[in-house]
Ligand binder design. Structure first.
Ligand SMILES: [Zn+2]
Length: 473
């Protein structure tokens, strides 16, 4: 009896130790994969007159515009597993790794570009073209990039929701919790398209990206080539003069390209009477009809096909009104903050605009960002009036496609969205997003082994107890 007990107990102990060893052995990569990557200090090896330290000071204001194509060598204090570039204007550039592998960057036009490397490197070189303005270069060790590092995915192939602000900051001011709720919380494909650009105020495109990233947008926005002009402010006619008729065609192209189920646009009166906001809304109403008309702009019909948008909401439109109570909508994907609070955080990223009296306003304000009206629908009027997607069946595959496109955005959490790899990059030499998948596989195996070990221990302990009880009887 003693022998049986001892051997059972011994076996349990051995298995327990084995289980712990296996579990911890496999758990180690789990900790690594989930931990936040540490910044790695870089040193730019000088070539030419420029003090490239300006790129390493984590300050966007200090930047260098290159007069000619320039290759800069970097030396790192520890192994670099990821890089993050901040540019003032889109540019194509290349990364050269120690094994001579080259990686082309900037092809998606991202101002903030994150690049994960297949394996750690101690040195690398970057070649920028003449005219490129580089603000910062960051390097990271192994692990997940910190939250503030923006890992953009290209613009959506197709969007569930198209959001149409005029300027950088309008998306938060007038559309409130639309982006955090539908992109991050509901996991829908949300594409933002700006009517104007702010290249003359170089801090604003950065603020734009910071704001979108903060509210959970992960697909890079489209920013039109139309420059924001003060002259467009006065009224609708002034805006028409500044932007011409070409803008409606641009909107038609965007509708046909992204084929959204729902579009959200500005107040027809321009929110506070701004001519460009008015033009954006008035033109949209026209563009919705033209996008469905195959005789209009045959080139974009050829490229994308026609599109009849099922539902369109305008901010403050008084008919078929719907109030989205952003301030009463706690979002799991933002640790319980309300959609309104997240919208305010998005607007706060627009540092240069904080000197004005604008703010994300809710109930009681004439600019209430919770109020919208259904201006056009092909799927009937709202009944419940609590969701832009009422009467839209999101379980259906996209028209013309056999299977629903797998959204690259995770359904509920922004963390999940972050973890999504960048599909366009994984096939290129020198860098890869597959290491994340390998880590995931390691995590999976570790969990399986740990669970098996624990199950074996439980079974043996129970066997030992049963054996002892039997002996006692
Ligand atoms: Zn505006």
């Amino acid at each position: 009896m003693q022998i049986v007990k001892r051997s059972a107990a011994g076996a349990c102990l051995a298995l327990l130790l084995l289980g712990i060893a296996l579990a911890t052995g496999y758990a180690a990569p789990v900790a690594d994969a989930q931990s936040e990557a540490e910044p790695v200090t870089l040193r730019a090896l000088q070539s030419g007159e420029e003090p490239y330290e300006k790129w390493l000071d984590a300050d966007r204001e200090t930047k260098i515009t290159l007069k000619e194509e320039t290759q800069v060598q970097f030396q790192a204090e520890a192994a670099v597993h990821a890089l993050y570039f901040v540019l003032d204007q889109p540019a194509e550039y290349s990364l050269t790794l120690p094994d001579e592998k080259q990686k082309q960057l900037g092809q998606n036009g991202f101002l903030h570009e994150y690049v994960s490397l297949e394996s750690g490197v101690a040195q690398f070189a970057v070649t920028f073209p003449a005219g490129a303005t580089i603000c910062d270069v960051y390097a990271f060790g192994q692990g997940n990039a910190p939250d503030w590092v923006q890992r953009w995915q290209p613009a959506c192939e197709r969007a569930d929701l198209l959001v149409l602000p005029t300027h950088a900051d309008d998306e938060h001011l007038w559309f409130g919790g639309t982006m955090p709720y539908y992109a991050a919380e509901r996991g829908l494909r949300v594409q933002v398209v700006y009517m104007t650009s702010h290249w003359d105020e170089p801090y604003r495109p950065h603020e734009l990206l910071d704001g979108l990233w903060t509210v959970g947008i992960r697909n890079y926005p489209v920013i039109s080539d139309l420059a924001d002009k003060v002259a467009s402010k006065k009224d609708l006619e002034a805006a028409r003069e500044v932007y011409g008729e070409g803008f409606t065609q641009f909107q038609v192209q965007m509708l046909r390209r992204f084929k959204p189920s729902v579009v959200v646009g500005h107040d027809l009166d321009g929110e506070y009477g701004h001519g460009a906001h008015q033009l954006n809304a008035v033109s949209l109403v026209q563009a919705l009809e033209l996008a469905a008309d195959e005789s209009y702009d045959p080139e974009s019909v050829e490229q994308y096909g026609v599109w009849d948008t099922p539902k369109t909401y305008l901010h403050l439109y008084e008919e078929n009104e719907i109030v989205m109570p952003w301030d009463e909508m706690p979002l799991e994907s933002f640790d319980g903050k309300t959609a309104m609070e997240v919208a305010k955080e998005g607007y706060a990223c627009h540092l240069s605009q904080q000197k004005y009296s604008f703010a994300v306003r809710g109930e009681g304000s004439k600019y209430d960002c919770r109020k919208f009206g259904l201006v056009r629908t092909t799927v009937g009027e709202d009944e419940e009036k609590n969701d832009f997607f009422e009467h839209i069946d999101l379980t259906q595959p996209d028209p013309g496609e056999a299977l629903p496109e797998v959204s690259s955005q995770a359904p509920t959490s922004s963390a999940g969205v972050d973890a999504a790899s960048m599909p366009d990059r994984s096939t290129e030499a020198g860098t890869s997003s597959t290491s994340g998948q390998a880590e995931d596989a390691g995590i999976g195996l570790g969990i399986v082994v740990a669970v098996c070990g624990i199950a074996a221990i439980v079974i043996l302990v129970m066997a030992a107890i049963v054996t002892r009880r039997r002996r006692r009887k």
